[in-house]
Design a binder for this molecule. Structure first.
Ligand code: KIV
Length: 260
């Protein structure tokens, strides 16, 4: 099982793999196959059917983290701090401590760059391992008027570099960089000593993270350009359920094999 130190040391020597999970069943399937599992607040979209992540709350994150930890016993687990749970240092410490105490999660992820560095510092100074999240930040999407790709010009690329450095200096052990032009993502990755895990940030980051329901093809409504589908999950499931329904209606199931 990876440790925080081994994740930090992976920089420039191996690519890191992260995937999201929200429940014990899928977490047990991903266990030991990836370096880190993220209990992302994306669960509010793909699991809870909401249009964005903003209504995910602390109670949900704690519930799903406990489930994931029961399934993934040998993988480093990171929990997303939900929207509005880290508005200032005092609130962040109170809520982050709650997640740390009520679950056995190994680390917490918070969205925000320079402007949130003091929050990262408050948590890491109080013995909590922190993953930063910069670039396109879903918790900001509503106020930004949508999901906007970052790093399109030199100024924004520099802003992202400054964000990454501020988060690193504040004590984060790793950074998620989302929805960023490849060249800017490369510059951000090279600007810090901690690993940068990309999602929609091209080839040159220190690792990749994908949302499980996207990469396994279960989430059909929308496929971001950066998602590679490794399975046609939705198609397979729908076909299987149709076959089951048809077998029951026709009396084909259960037959001799399935009767006590
Ligand atoms: O919530 C989430 O799943 C995330 C990933 C998009 C990195 O933050």
């Amino acid at each position: 099982m990876r440790t925080i130190t081994s994740i930090k040391n992976a920089k420039n020597s191996e690519k890191l793999v992260m995937i999201t999970a929200y429940d014990a069943l899928f977490a047990s399937l991903f266990d030991e196959k990836v370096d880190m599992i993220l209990v992302g607040d994306s669960l509010n979209n793909s699991f809870n059917g909401q249009k964005d992540t903003n209504s995910a709350d602390l109670k949900m994150m704690i519930y799903h983290t406990k489930a994931v930890l029961r399934g993934a016993k040998n993988t480093l687990v990171v929990t997303d701090m939900p929207f509005a749970s880290y508005t200032d240092e005092k609130t962040a410490l109170k809520n982050a401590s709650k997640v740390y105490q009520q679950t056995d999660t190994h680390a917490l992820k918070i969205e925000g760059g320079k402007e949130r560095a003091h929050i990262v510092k408050a948590l890491s100074d109080n013995s909590m391992a922190v993953v930063g999240h910069i670039g396109l930040m879903p918790q900001f999407a509503r106020s930004w008027g949508g999901f906007k790709v970052r790093g399109k010009d030199k100024e924004d690329a520099q802003r992202l570099i400054d964000d990454a450095r501020a988060i690193e200096d504040a004590g984060a052990f790793c950074i998620v960089l989302e929805g960023t032009k490849e060249e800017a993502a490369k510059a951000v990755t090279e600007a810090v000593k901690i690993p940068v895990i990309g999602i929609g940030a091209g080839r040159y980051t220190d690792g990749q993270v994908l949302v499980w329901s996207d990469m396994l093809g279960f989430f059909e409504q929308f496929k971001p350009k950066f998602v590679k589908r490794y399975l046609n999950g939705a198609e397979l499931v729908k076909k299987a359920v149709e076959e089951y329904a048809s077998d029951v209606k026709s009396g084909k199931f259960p037959d001799d094999e399935f009767i006590y």
